[in-house]
Design a protein around this ligand. Structure first.
Ligand SMILES: *Cc1c(COP(=O)(O)O)cnc(C)c1O
Length: 359
């Protein structure tokens, strides 16, 4: 069976080389006589997988030594409540920037633990822009400032790291981690689910600056307590071993591609070609302000929405799958993470142009 171009927002495409390696090692991982899925997470083979995962990520993202990495479960969604529980300490407020559906979810969960100060909101603009950071209201007594660097549903992405005015900066990078250079030292905490740019679903990466640890109340379950997880190398309970392994393979693939900087150049080019095609057409439209269009998730509507279902059907027949937009925004969405090859973008544009010409 031929593989399709899968534009799903997540779980999303994995590099074919990663799947092939996993396939070749499925029954017998490096002479162990067993699958990674069957191994003890405390055994020799898996310990090596875990160490390489952490070291490769540290190298690829140039994570400074005063930051710790956690590989947890529960998705980025679980972090929405773990973050306030771990970072508030004696503080009673936290600042949130509301740029779309994912920031809103983070805010909703945080409200159970603290007063949420909305530092800025793009809601009135239907989340098509990012309010300029000079207009943000930042409470100097807040425990942290939270933002979502790429709004997966609305297709809005920050092009620069905002100024948190001295507060620890907390960022949900679920859908653009490893896609562009960032300086980890600008952040207090970074978190991201694995299923967009790092592997299959099932691992949540948390990168946290050491001085922010140790503030969690002891009524919080140990599994949700960052300090406890740090002490136990994220193995307080059995981790999602197979997803750790696959994430490790994706990191090796990232290195083989030339690292984040090389991928970023490709991502810039891929996104630019697709947006140019959309802007040049009279059938397709992207409503997001050009200064903050996402390189990872490209939503677009058909000006004549009665053509939506035909578009999806014909796209599918052409090997272009999962283009249906999120129900909140409608229309279409092409998610073009690191693993989407240039040929997938070309095939999509070619299809879109043909569809416009014939309808
Ligand atoms: C997908 C996504 C989430 C939710 O991830 P889960 O792993 O399903 O909890 C959160 N934030 C952003 C920005 C996302 O793209």
């Amino acid at each position: 069976m031929a593989r399709v171009y899968n534009f799903s927002a997540g779980p999303s495409m994995l590099p074919q080389a990663v799947l092939e390696q996993a396939q070749s090692e499925l029954l017998d991982f490096q002479g162990s006589g067993m699958s990674v899925m069957e191994m003890s997470h405390r055994g020799r083979y898996f310990s090596e997988i875990a160490q390489a995962l952490e070291q490769d990520l540290r190298d690829i993202m140039r994570i400074p030594t005063n930051y710790r990495m956690l590989f947890l479960q529960g998705g980025a969604s679980a972090q929405f409540s773990f973050i306030p529980q771990n970072l508030l300490g004696e503080k009673t407020t936290a600042c949130y920037v509301n740029t779309g559906a994912w920031s809103q979810k983070a805010m909703q969960d945080a409200q159970h633990y603290c007063e949420v100060v909305v530092s800025a909101s793009a809601e009135e603009m239907n989340f098509t822009c990012i309010p300029h950071s000079s207009l943000w209201h930042i409470d100097p007594n807040a425990a942290y400032l939270h933002y979502t660097s790429n709004e997966t549903i609305h297709g809005v992405e920050f092009n620069a790291v905002p100024d948190a005015q001295g507060l620890p900066l907390v960022c949900d990078m679920s859908s653009n981690i490893l896609s562009r250079h960032i300086d980890v030292a600008d952040f207090g905490l970074i978190y991201a689910g694995s299923q967009k740019n790092m592997g299959p679903a099932g691992v949540t990466l948390v990168i946290v600056r050491e001085d922010l640890l140790g503030k969690c109340a002891n009524t919080v379950p140990a599994l949700f307590n960052y300090s406890e997880q740090v002490k136990n190398q994220s193995m307080l309970n059995t981790p999602n071993t197979y997803s750790w392994y696959l994430m490790g393979l994706v990191l090796k693939w990232v290195q083989a591609q030339g690292g984040i900087e090389a991928l970023e150049q490709r991502n810039i080019a891929k996104a630019a070609t697709l947006y140019e095609a959309i802007d040049a057409s009279s059938l397709y439209h992207n409503p997001v302000d050009k200064t903050c269009r996402s390189r990872m998730n490209v939503p677009f509507v058909l000006v004549d929405e009665t053509l939506d279902s035909l578009f999806l059907k014909e796209a599918q027949a052409n090997g272009l799958q999962e283009l249906k937009g999120h129900r909140m925004v409608g229309g279409m969405r092409a998610s073009i993470y690191n693993a989407m090859p240039e040929s997938g973008i070309e095939a999509l544009i070619h299809f879109m142009q043909e569809f416009e010409r014939t309808h």
